[in-house]
Design a protein around this ligand. Structure first.
Ligand SMILES: N[C@@H](CCC(=O)N[C@@H](CS)C(=O)NCC(=O)O)C(=O)O
Length: 218
């Protein structure tokens, strides 16, 4: 039995849960998964048993508890030092950490108006102005990553890193709401969506039956 357990929300909706889940899957770290559907009966009480913030994701490793998606991945990176979780070069690493933290702490309009909804495809969506500002900034970040640091491979920094996990739910949002992208960024989106772990997550999200009507606003 693996000694790591990841507590997540619904795969269709829980963007924060996707991040460490993808990290664990990509690096083939064995783990047990506990899924607690968001806002369903008893959600808070169940989550509070694992996560003092009352939010998912949370990770249990023996008697250690970690919550907050980025903290979980940093913890896993430290406890699995042979894995290449960040780029090697100091300037690429600094950039990767900065754009990951920027995602973790911002993009409120993008998160509010383009909620992750993996099983949905909306082709006629016009984002409000503040969401367009966020979308423009994500495009700028991805373009700079791919053009400056990503030449050696298909991921933001060439090899797969925590930064790709941080932006994977944004890929799903851009997909669902049919955000227009340059060929460079469309290729990056395909790389993420074609990852076997992402395909597994998307298939599982399609099999879920819970509906959170407050974010189904098409
Ligand atoms: N900053 C947190 C965000 C966690 C978060 O907001 N999770 C959502 C689900 S995606 C949640 O648990 N919401 C329940 C609530 O707010 O009551 C992280 O990075 O893990």
């Amino acid at each position: 039995m693996p000694d790591i357990t990841l507590i997540i929300g619904n795969k269709n909706y829980s963007s924060w849960s996707l991040r460490p889940w993808l990290y664990l899957k990509h690096f083939n770290i064995p783990f047990d998964e506990v899924r607690i559907p968001l806002y369903a009966e008893g959600f808070k009480d169940k989550v509070l048993q694992h996560s003092p913030s009352g939010k998912v994701p949370a990770l249990k490793h023996g008697n250690i508890n970690v919550w907050e998606s980025l903290a979980i991945m940093e913890y896993l990176a430290e406890t699995h030092p042979s894995l290449k979780s960040w780029p090697d070069h100091p300037s690429a690493k600094a950039f990767a950490r900065s754009v990951s933290a920027e995602m973790h702490s911002g993009f409120f309009a993008l998160r509010e108006y383009l909620p992750m909804n993996c099983r949905k495809l909306i082709t006629n969506f016009t984002p409000p102005e503040n969401a367009l500002v966020d979308i423009k900034r994500v495009k700028q970040i991805w373009t700079e990553c791919r053009e400056t640091y990503g030449k050696q491979g298909p991921w933001l920094f060439g090899d797969f890193t925590i930064a790709d996990c941080m932006y994977a739910p944004v890929v799903m949002r851009f997909h669902t709401y049919s955000v227009e992208l340059s060929p460079l960024l469309s290729d990056y989106m395909q790389t993420v969506k074609n990852h076997t772990a992402m395909m597994e997550w998307i298939a599982a999200s399609k099999a879920e039956t819970e509906v959170i009507s407050s974010v189904e606003f098409d």
